[in-house]
Design a protein. Structure first.
Length: 131
């Protein structure tokens, strides 16, 4: 199968503005992992979308939120999505070999402009299990 077909199989025909087919992912220390998401414009006209990811909880206070944020790689730019269209994207999580074991919680916020066209912001949660 082509990569595009596999992504379509994962995402299906979701009508949500921000959709994660899997909101919990597992990985080992030192192993990178990807979280996939689908951004969709539910508005009646084209709009500009971007999202941000923040740490909301972690298993150890010895790792700062800022340090954990550095594990995350995603396209931080604003992208135009036409009405009714969607965009598949991913967040790459580069877990270091010395990361504390446990569960990490992240919040994803999708914002858009103009707000009167796309009715945002939208939110989703992501859980990372480091084993």
């Amino acid at each position: 199968e082509t990569a595009d077909k596999q992504l379509n199989d994962i995402f299906g025909e979701s009508d949500e503005a921000l959709y994660l087919p899997t909101d919990t992912i597992e990985t080992d220390q030192g192993a990178p992992v990807s979280a996939y998401l689908y951004l969709r414009n539910p508005g009646s006209d084209s709009a500009n979308f971007k999202y941000d990811v923040t740490v909301t909880d972690k298993p150890s206070e010895s790792y700062s939120d800022e340090r954990i944020q550095k594990w995350l790689v995603w396209n931080k730019g604003e992208r135009t999505i036409r009405s009714g269209q969607g965009l598949k994207d991913r967040i790459l999580i580069k877990v270091p070999p010395n990361a504390p074991l446990g569960t990490y919680f992240f919040s994803i916020e999708l914002t858009c402009t103009p707000e009167d066209v796309c009715f945002g912001p939208y939110y989703a949660n992501l859980v990372l299990e480091v084993k």
